[in-house]
Write a protein that binds this ligand. Structure first.
Ligand code: URA
Length: 240
């Protein structure tokens, strides 16, 4: 027996929180009867439907995509731009774990396991994300130390970042730099560099936790290995 919201989440429809919302809105039926009470227990013999559609129990899948720039990380786009699902045409209903901007490339994890996704995007989740960044202008030491101390972005102050491998390009007009953060606020890297006066020209996420794009060509993807899934769970605060 399992709680109704968890069964919906596990079917890959949505997060547990969203499932609770759907239940309270009367969108969920168990064996043909609308259920608005939270936390009822169901088992595999119960027929659950959400918005009139029967839940199928899908196998849980976990992928890593090496996202090229020029794709949105959502599963559909109002402006008809290419989405990551054009690159990863699998039969399961998968969702990205966090987002990368349209013009950002690199590691993007995708899954139909809502619990795994929630654990990894929870604000308290301290997984490291390593970005390789090309910025306009020459990064000075005092500027990079603003990032390593934490920079005030108005609505929040970033946690201390690690900044390393600073290289100036041939013409000495731009800087290549590697940055590790463990937060994942909207446009965080771009906002951090904007704040110190060096707009981002190119951004690639090299690593998410223990997963990198190594061996995966841009636009390609692979299944995560069982030990990688386990290690990611271990990194999360809901770790198993
Ligand atoms: N920070 C950004 O600004 N953009 C991304 O896509 C990821 C991190």
């Amino acid at each position: 027996m399992e709680r109704l919201q968890k069964v919906i989440q596990k079917a890959g429809i949505c997060s547990r929180r969203k499932a609770e919302e759907l239940i309270s809105l009367g969108k969920v039926k168990v064996n043909g009867t609308v259920v608005t009470e939270m936390g009822i227990q169901v088992d595999t013999s119960d027929e659950v439907s959400v918005n009139g559609e029967k839940l199928k129990s899908e196998q849980l899948v976990y992928y890593v995509l090496n996202k090229p720039s020029g794709y949105v990380s959502t599963t559909s786009d109002n402006f008809n731009r290419r989405t990551i699902l054009d690159l990863i045409p699998v039969k399961e209903r998968i969702f990205p774990i966090g987002r990368l901007d349209y013009d950002t490339s690199g590691v993007l994890l995708l899954t139909n396991d809502g619990e795994f996704m929630n654990a990894l995007i929870h604000p308290k989740f301290k997984v490291e994300k390593e970005y390789h960044v090309k910025i306009k202008g020459l990064l000075r030491k005092d500027e990079s130390s603003r990032l390593t101390k934490g920079v005030d972005l108005g609505d929040f102050t970033t946690s201390p970042a690690k900044v390393f491998d600073v290289e100036y390009d041939d013409d000495k007009v731009n800087t290549l730099v590697k940055v590790i953060i463990h937060e994942g606020k909207y446009h965080q890297i771009k906002r951090m560099f904007d704040e110190i006066g060096h707009p981002v020209l190119k951004l690639r996420r090299h690593r998410f936790g223990i997963v990198t794009t190594e061996g995966i060509k841009q636009g390609d993807y692979r299944l995560l290995k069982p030990h990688e899934i386990k290690q990611l769970w271990n990194l999360s605060r809901y770790g198993k």
